[in-house]
Design a protein around this ligand. Structure first.
Ligand SMILES: [Zn+2]
Length: 161
């Protein structure tokens, strides 16, 4: 188990566009496993590679539901629908929370750790977490979408992404 260090805002890498992954090797598997350990260690529901200093289009999401860990490599959004407004946080902004409006439904396609394409549909909080992480791969931070910042007392048991 290797917990990596989380890159905090305002580190420039968080605002850069990440590069697509083209090599699916043991190094990638190790990276995905380390990302998982890091996300769990810091109590997150998602983590993108730039958040551990790696400028590649890799992100994971795990909201602790029956879907388990969703590993997204070179993800693309195929479809979105609806709207939801809810509090959001980010492991790169400890203690900062704000309301963000996002689609309520998303359909993505991505590659798994073996380089195989899959599609995945999500709604509600899972869709939010997926969209938050994909934004990271384009250097888009949740703070650019916050409509209202919230005090920590207003939120109980909210997870960071
Ligand atoms: Zn984040």
């Amino acid at each position: 188990m290797t917990v990596r260090q989380i890159v905090m805002y305002p580190n420039g890498i968080l605002e850069e566009t990440c590069e697509p992954v083209s090599v699916f090797d043991k190094k990638l598997v190790k990276l995905l496993n380390d990302m998982y350990d890091t996300m769990i260690e810091f109590d997150g529901v998602g983590l993108a590679a730039p958040q551990i200093g790696i400028k590649q289009r890799i992100a994971i999401v795990d909201i602790d539901d029956h879907h388990g860990t969703i590993e997204m490599i070179n993800p693309e959004i195929l479809e979105t629908d609806g709207e939801q407004t809810d509090p959001e946080g980010c492991l790169s902004f400890p203690g900062l929370y704000g309301e963000v409006t996002r689609p309520d439904y998303v359909k993505i396609k991505a590659l798994n750790r073996k380089g195989k394409f899959y599609t995945f549909e999500a709604e509600g909080f899972l869709a939010r977490a997926i969209l938050h992480e994909i934004d990271h791969l384009d250097g888009i931070l949740f703070t650019s979408k916050v409509s209202r910042y919230m005090k920590e007392e207003e939120l109980e048991g909210l997870s960071e992404e």
